[in-house]
Design a protein around this ligand. Structure first.
Ligand code: BG6
Length: 476
């Protein structure tokens, strides 16, 4: 095969999210969001997964999002370091509750707008294109407590007002937008994913899929608005990606893997094609789900996304007899352990070829440009006596995944860009740890919030700088 190259103008960069980096959780008039209620430690998972029917702050708990890595005060220093690596794009998110602290106000909070405007201007200074997620795991808590979050149809208009405010306020500074981060994660992690909590005896599937419907309508509606406000705006959906492999070639395993993939692709099917997939009705029947779909929703859903963005950390594996006992979780999605693949210290399998497979699946299915907006290895880093951080394991992981992207480009797939996750160390979404690090830039902070917050360049920083400078040619 002829030598495959990354396209000219390929968007190399990195990704973070407000809820895991900004800290300053009440500064500038910001309201509390879902993630601010999720502590570190044993109560984390029950809250995150929506197993509690109410949440309140508890003074005896440590909440990692409240300070995180203090990006709120240090963004200039941080963006300068990203620029030093040669970033062309910087994926970040806006905290909804900085713009609308409660979520249901008529007018936005100017301090929040000013904060993000200043970040985008800083990016512009270095010719870095922002890629902005409107909702990355943070729903204003007032909307959760007052309205039940996305189970309530009113959320569509609150989100519409928020999104319109952002599109107007940052017009000319931002053109790449994502609506909901990893929209499919709401099925596995309803509170962190969509602010959902449940009362005793409720049909959780009914609530989750109704919430999903509201998000899908909201996503399509704001896609339309983004295009109306500026036809140059490009809006993407965002899938927590990674194909399910059948555990064996038993037809039952193959069928189960297909169904598991559909659970996730269901969301993207709607966002990319503009209507519910044919298999959806059977899923709803099986789960006793009856959706409240308004007549106008069908029209709204026709406003589809411009590109398909996705995260890829690991592939997954399914068999017809998967159960609590033989599955584990990577990124809260249950999977059978694949005996052919190594895994990270957190049990997430390492499978670069799975990225090529996932990309082929997505492009075959949607025929829209792809954007890999999260990928990386969560690992513990060690600062050596001479002050160096030699994260060769991270370089190896990323190199293999860049090679897989190249292979996929060779397969004929248009890929817009690559933003590895946590380009600067930040709080892990699953565990709340700081010690699960992804970054090219080390942040001095531990799992309990101790540390100077100083930033240091890792070996991978210099490696990635060369990758970007050579447009993916130099991977040594
Ligand atoms: C994705 C999220 O699920 O995976 C990120 O969009 C998250 O917010 C990332 O941080 C990695 O997961 P974790 O749990 O290692 O932080």
């Amino acid at each position: 095969m002829a030598d495959v190259k990354f396209p000219e103008g390929f968007l190399w960069g990195g990704a973070i999210a407000a809820n895991q980096s900004e800290g300053a959780h009440l500064a500038g008039g910001k309201g509390l969001t879902t993630v601010d209620m999720i502590p570190y430690g044993e109560n984390r998972m029950p809250i995150k997964l929506g197993l509690r029917n109410s949440v309140e702050l508890d003074q005896t708990e440590y909440y990692p999002s409240h300070q995180a890595i203090d990006f709120y005060h240090r963004y200039k220093e941080d963006i300068a370091m990203l620029a030093e690596m040669g970033f062309k794009v910087f994926r970040m998110s806006i905290a909804w509750s900085r713009i609308f602290p409660n979520g249901d106000e008529e007018t936005p909070n100017q301090a929040g707008i000013d904060f993000y405007r200043s970040i985008f201007e800083e990016c512009k200074k270095y010719d870095i294109e922002p890629l902005v997620t409107l909702c990355h795991f943070d729903v204003p808590m007032h909307l959760v407590n007052e309205y039940g979050s996305w189970r309530n149809r009113k959320m569509i208009s609150f989100f519409e007002r928020y999104a319109r405010t952002c599109f107007e306020a940052f017009d000319g500074l931002v053109k790449y937008w994502l609506t909901f981060n990893e929209i499919n994660i709401l099925l596995a992690s309803p509170f962190s994913g969509a602010g959902l909590m449940f009362q005793e005896g409720e049909n959780k599937d009914q609530i989750k899929y109704q919430a999903a419907h509201h998000e899908l309508v909201a996503s399509a509606l704001v896609t339309k608005i983004a295009h109306e406000i500026n036809p140059n705006n490009q809006v993407g959906c965002m899938l927590a990606g990674g194909n399910f492999y059948p555990y064996s070639c038993k037809p039952e395993d193959v069928f189960t893997a297909m169904q598991k993939d559909r659970e996730n692709l269901f969301f993207i099917d709607v966002q990319s094609r503009g209507y519910y997939p044919s298999y959806a009705q059977k899923v709803f029947n099986d789960k006793n789900v009856v959706l409240d779909i308004h007549e106008e929703d069908h029209e709204i859903l026709k406003h589809t996304v411009d590109f398909i963005s996705f995260s890829y950390y690991a592939s997954r594996c399914a068999s017809a007899d998967m159960n609590e006992g033989n599955t584990s979780e990577a990124n809260v999605v249950k999977s059978i352990k694949n005996p052919h693949l190594p895994a990270s210290d957190w049990g997430w399998v390492i499978d670069p070829q799975g990225l090529r497979i996932t990309m082929n699946t997505l492009y075959d299915r949607y025929q829209k440009p792809l954007f890999l907006v999260e990928n990386g290895l969560g690992a513990k880093d060690v600062i050596e006596a001479n002050g160096e951080i030699n994260d060769n394991y991270r370089i190896d992981y990323l190199r293999e995944h860049v090679e897989a992207m190249k292979d996929a480009i060779g397969d004929g797939i248009p890929l817009m860009g690559y933003t590895p996750w946590g380009c600067i160390d930040l709080v892990a979404a699953s565990t709340g740890e700081m010690s699960k690090r992804y970054g090219f830039i080390y942040v001095d902070r531990d799992d309990l919030g101790n540390g100077t917050l100083n930033r240091m360049r890792k070996k991978s920083f210099y490696w990635y700088k060369k990758v970007i400078a050579s447009n993916g040619e130099c991977l040594d």
